[in-house]
Design a protein around this ligand. Structure first.
Ligand code: ADE
Ligand code: ZN
Length: 372
């Protein structure tokens, strides 16, 4: 090879290396931007934050015998979940590790510690009171733990942590009503109520009196409307007609019906979307969820991204999901910002605090001019 050719080949190689380094620097800058950007987590289940290792540790300290010898065996069990029903089966099995007030405090605090470096400043966390009282854990035990976590989250991480009590759609209306009344003394900590668990055929009608009473007592209101489940369109309309909700958890099927889009937007109902569900990968699922999230965002719906049950779903926490939206869905900086801004707009904090968060959010964006 002539000297000239060798020189050209050398320069080309250097240029390719420089481009690679530059691209990976860009990717690092985008990653830190997305992770560090302030955000509010509004769709996260306390019980679903339990990771395999947490489960084993809590079982052991409560002297409960585990069917699983190690974390890998717990993760194998998580692979069993293939839809909402099977997912809830595993969820109910694993949450039974929690027995004492300390367990509830500890699980909530493990979550806060995990997301404190993902930009999370405010959390409205679901918990399932019925799943604990029905196995003999008094509500007062659960609430004592959550109260401590609320205080420690602020003291140790500067995170504002509040709770939403979810009633199970596959349990009776009377049970929901009884639990609602029992929650009255905790109104300062439990800012709202929701509905979760499998979507039974008559769930909106069944819970109309519960939600009317919750409104009377000053609780904010949301409900799960899971994605691509049977009768979803009818359930969306019945929820709008009967439950007077301020938010919908998931609600991605709104994107499939232009009239629903119009109605949800007109009523100012916010959606808390979760791009992932289940421990296992299901081909096409992430793409279809991201596509609907984009459609709803473009339609002017107040939608934001959340993690649902990260401990039971491949450890994808909220920052990881914003990153996934960019890396897998091609979401631009403008879209990522809009989703995070919506998380503050949709939260149930008072207006003074919301304005303070929004101001801090805008300042943070101005100080981080990363383009993508
Ligand atoms: N409980 C925990 N996660 C849930 C979900 N995504 N839908 C319904 N119930 C749940
Ligand atoms: Zn959920």
């Amino acid at each position: 090879m002539s000297r000239w050719l060798r020189l050209t080949a050398g320069l080309t190689l250097l240029l390719a290396l420089a481009i690679r380094v530059h691209a990976s620097e860009d990717a690092d800058a985008i990653r830190s931007f997305i992770m560090g950007m302030p955000k509010a987590e509004l769709h996260i289940h306390l019980e679903g934050t339990l990771e395999a290792e947490d489960y084993l540790e809590i079982m052991a300290r409560n002297d409960l015998p585990s069917r699983y010898p190690d974390a890998a065996a717990v993760r194998d069990r998580l692979q069993y979940a293939r839809d909402l029903d099977t997912f809830i089966e595993v969820y109910e099995e694993l949450l039974s590790a929690m027995q004492t007030a300390w367990d509830f405090e500890d699980v909530a605090m493990r979550y806060v510690a995990r997301v404190a470096d993902q930009g999370v400043v405010h959390v409205e966390m679901f918990f399932d009171p019925q799943m604990h009282t029905y196995r003999g854990i008094p509500l007062a035990t659960v609430m004592a733990g959550l109260q401590r976590a609320h205080e420690r989250a602020r003291e140790e991480f500067g995170v504002s942590l509040w709770f939403i009590a979810c009633f199970n759609r596959d349990r009776s209306r009377d049970s929901a009503l009884r639990h609602l009344e029992a929650l009255r003394p905790y109104r300062d900590l439990v800012i709202g109520v929701g509905l979760d668990n499998p979507e039974e055929i008559d769930f909106p009608e069944k819970f109309a009196p519960v939600f009317a009473r919750a409104a009377e007592l000053g609780f904010r209101r949301t409900t799960h409307l899971d994605v691509d489940v049977p009768n979803t369109n009818a359930h969306h309309w019945a929820v709008l007609d009967l439950l007077d909700v301020e938010r919908i958890d998931h609600g991605l099927n709104v994107a499939d019906d232009p009239e629903l889009i119009q109605e949800v937007r007109a009523r100012g109902i916010a959606l808390t979307a979760c791009p992932t569900l289940l421990f296992r990968e299901i081909p096409g699922r992430l793409e279809s969820r991201l596509a609907r999230i984009r459609t709803l965002l473009q339609a002017g719906i107040q939608i934001s991204l959340h993690s649902d049950d990260p401990g039971l779903m491949r450890d994808l926490y909220i920052g990881d999901l914003y990153l996934l939206a960019h890396e897998e869905g091609g979401f631009s900086r403008k879209e990522i910002e809009a989703l995070a801004r919506n998380s503050f707009l949709s939260s149930w904090i008072d207006d003074d605090r919301r304005n303070a968060w929004m101001g801090a959010f805008d300042d943070w964006l101005a100080a981080h001019p990363v383009a993508f």
